[in-house]
Design a protein around this ligand. Structure first.
Ligand code: ZN
Length: 279
């Protein structure tokens, strides 16, 4: 199933996307509520997924599927070609940083180029959405704790990222975590480690890889994070970006106002965000 948040002009709702239509979901008040009660309500929701009522997708505005996750973690240096272009060594341990929950943006919303430092770059990523929470989740059990997946852009301000050893500030500017266009449930995704992943800037291909090239796979990431903390429904994990970032091009190419960045993951749809100067 594909589950979205949307605004039809009269307010925000959850909906099931099927083809070019979206049908409202009545069984949950918000996405984290839906994810938390999924086992109890999914049969009901699925039963309402077919039919022709609801809205044309083109008539609604899609919103960030999880507008206020409890936490957003993102892994660095997790594709071999990106490690090489970053002139780093393959890390022995998973390299984690957080993105502020206030950095979330919708799948087609404008993304801000910060007034304090404009060196903004894209990073297309597969994003895992935690379903059933837990602590000390083994990699073998991790699939049971993932509700679904969506596309994300781990937008990064490169100067703030690298002026200290800790990356979180440079990764946490407002609007720098656009996600969507909806959550595709894990059962529909199947193997998350066999998905094409691509990024385009103004139609020009910049990143083109496959999630099979992840250094630490999604399940190993869930295992590692949950050794430290309790994962909760709706928590987001950005699982790493492949090679092709603008900061590694020669000369370096950062995003400028008017650029449009499209990120897509096979089977999950795409997000597409115009970049604008912070007002
Ligand atoms: Zn990233």
């Amino acid at each position: 199933m594909k589950i979205a948040r949307f605004d039809d002009g009269s307010g925000q709702s959850l909906g099931i996307v099927a083809g070019d239509r979206i049908r409202p979901i009545a069984q949950a008040s918000d996405m984290i509520d839906l994810i938390s009660r999924w086992e109890a309500i999914k049969v009901d929701i699925q039963a309402g997924a077919s039919g022709t009522d609801g809205f044309a997708l083109s008539d609604v505005r899609l919103l960030a599927p999880v507008p206020r996750p409890g936490k957003i973690f993102a892994i660095g240096l997790n594709y071999a070609d990106h490690i090489a272009e970053s002139k780093m060594e393959t890390p022995k341990h998973q390299v984690w940083f957080t993105k502020a929950v206030t950095s979330i943006a919708g799948p087609f919303d404008p993304v801000q180029i910060p007034s304090v430092s404009p060196f903004v770059d894209y990073e297309v990523e597969l994003v895992a959405v935690i379903g059933k929470g837990g602590r000390h989740i083994s990699a073998a059990d991790a699939a049971d704790h993932i509700f679904g997946y969506c596309v994300g852009n781990d937008v990064t301000e490169r100067v703030w990222q690298h002026r200290t050893a800790q990356w979180s500030l440079g990764k946490s500017f407002d609007t720098h975590a656009p996600i969507g266009p909806w959550i595709t449930t894990a059962d529909e995704v199947g193997d998350p480690h066999a998905l094409g992943i691509r990024c385009f800037v103004n139609g020009e291909s910049r990143q083109d890889s496959n999630t099979r090239h992840l250094v630490f796979d999604v399940f190993a990431q869930v295992e590692q994070l949950s050794q430290a903390m309790t994962l909760e429904p709706g928590d987001l994990i950005f699982t790493g970006t492949p090679g092709g970032i603008g900061a590694a091009m020669e000369p370096r190419r950062f995003l400028k106002a008017g650029d449009v960045v499209r990120c897509e993951v096979e089977g999950l749809g795409h997000i597409e965000n115009p970049f604008v100067l912070e007002a």
